[in-house]
Write a protein that binds this ligand. Structure first.
Ligand SMILES: *Cc1c(COP(=O)(O)O)cnc(C)c1O
Length: 379
């Protein structure tokens, strides 16, 4: 079955009691048993919920995995994956991770004895030299935020397999429409469904998808034992969101290409970071492992100052100034003062995050209007 069909049909079946075509929101905490221990597979809603089950099955199908395990947020999903590990274990992670992931690694799990090494991975061979006998997991994010670096998932997977460590990939930026890490050899896929999967900026939700029974059972055990589960209403919203993922992503990609090319030709714009350009350093890898280049991009201004960035940021009308990404509406953000404000300026600049760097999550509005909006704001 192809993705567009799976997105609509996988995991869901008409409700047996009414025929409702949409899986109902089972807003219940418990389930009545006909006799002690006799039930219909549902005992208590932290452990099982039919709305969550439908979503978990749908997510497994669209990432070409066997099991989906849902959580109350993307970071709760990350939290569950790290709980597969033990004190003393080492994790090698991408150096330009999502800020919240960096925070949970260094501020929460480091004190439980997990050791993290952050390295650039644009050349995946770099990973191997950091592997030690204690390394248990490689953690990748691709494309990265906000510089849209691309990491070769297949190459990383080969290193992971050879060294018998797990490869986890945060697939939030690409979504299963553009990239399926499990097909490229990853063991674990993590999503912030808050972004493209939900797609409408109306829910916070996370998921883990795997293709290995033993790993799935460990994750279900962690999900039930630590309890970071999503509510049924949120599962319903993500289930509804993914039904249009392919249609939305198609438009995100089309609009993304139009905006990236517009910016690149703008006399006041300096660099544009977007993996669809043939001169992007890892364009060839992006072309191999992704089915399109998406609507996430960043750019800098020739007048590289906070003031000039501010002028652009406060003069767009369709692009709303906000954190987050992946919704139908276009968003604009400023890493230096928003998502990456906690990083000292010197370090930020060293990592390529210039003062004027602006990040766009290009939505699915009419591209002409989006271009017009940027034209007026950049001047
Ligand atoms: C937003 C985001 C997360 C965290 O997800 P939440 O749903 O906000 O907890 C993790 N990774 C990436 C790449 C993200 O963009």
């Amino acid at each position: 079955m192809k993705l567009g069909t799976k997105l609509i049909h996988a995991g869901v079946a008409p409700d047996p009691s009414t025929g409702a075509i949409m899986t109902p929101i089972f807003q219940t905490s418990t389930y009545v048993q006909s006799a002690p221990g006799q039930h219909k597979g549902y005992e208590y809603a932290r452990t099982q919920n039919p709305t969550r089950d439908a979503l978990q099955n749908a997510l497994a199908a669209i990432e070409n995995g066997t099991h989906g395990i849902c959580f109350g947020s993307g970071l709760a999903a990350t939290d569950a994956v790290l709980k597969l590990l033990n004190p003393g274990d080492e994790i090698i992670a991408t150096n330009d991770l999502y800020g919240g992931t960096y925070r949970i690694f260094t501020k929460v799990f480091a004190k439980y004895g997990l050791k993290f090494t952050f390295i650039p991975m644009q050349d995946a061979r770099n990973i191997e030299s950091h592997i030690t006998p204690k390394t248990k997991m490689i953690w990748i994010e691709t494309p990265t935020n906000p510089l849209l670096n691309i990491i070769d998932i297949h190459a990383a997977a080969q290193i992971a397999r050879k060294n018998e460590v797990l490869l986890a990939v945060d697939n939030t930026f690409a979504s299963p429409y553009l990239q399926n890490p499990l097909d490229l050899g990853a063991d674990i896929v993590v999503h912030s469904a808050t972004k493209y999967l939900g797609g409408h900026s109306d829910v916070v939700h996370g998921a883990v998808i795997v293709k290995n029974e033993a790993l799935a059972q460990q994750l279900y055990f962690i999900q039930n034992s630590t309890g970071g589960v999503p509510g049924p209403q949120d599962c319903f919203l993500v289930l509804r969101g993914i039904k249009t993922l392919h249609v939305r992503m198609q438009r995100h990609c089309e609009n993304g290409a139009i905006i990236a090319n517009y910016l690149r030709n703008h006399p006041k714009v300096d660099k544009v970071y977007w993996a669809g350009f043939t001169d992007h350093p890892n364009h060839d890898i992006a072309k191999t492992q992704m089915r399109g280049f998406g609507g996430m991009m960043s750019f800098t201004l020739k007048d590289d100052s906070l003031e000039s960035a501010n002028r652009v940021l406060s003069n767009t009308h369709l692009f709303s100034l906000a954190e987050s990404l992946g919704g139908v509406e276009s968003l604009i953000g400023h890493p230096a003062t928003m998502t990456h404000a906690s990083i000292p300026r010197e370090e930020r600049i060293k990592n390529g995050l210039a003062d004027s760097l602006i990040r766009l999550s290009v939505g699915i509005e009419d591209a002409d209007d989006l271009v017009e909006d940027l034209k007026k704001a950049i001047g």
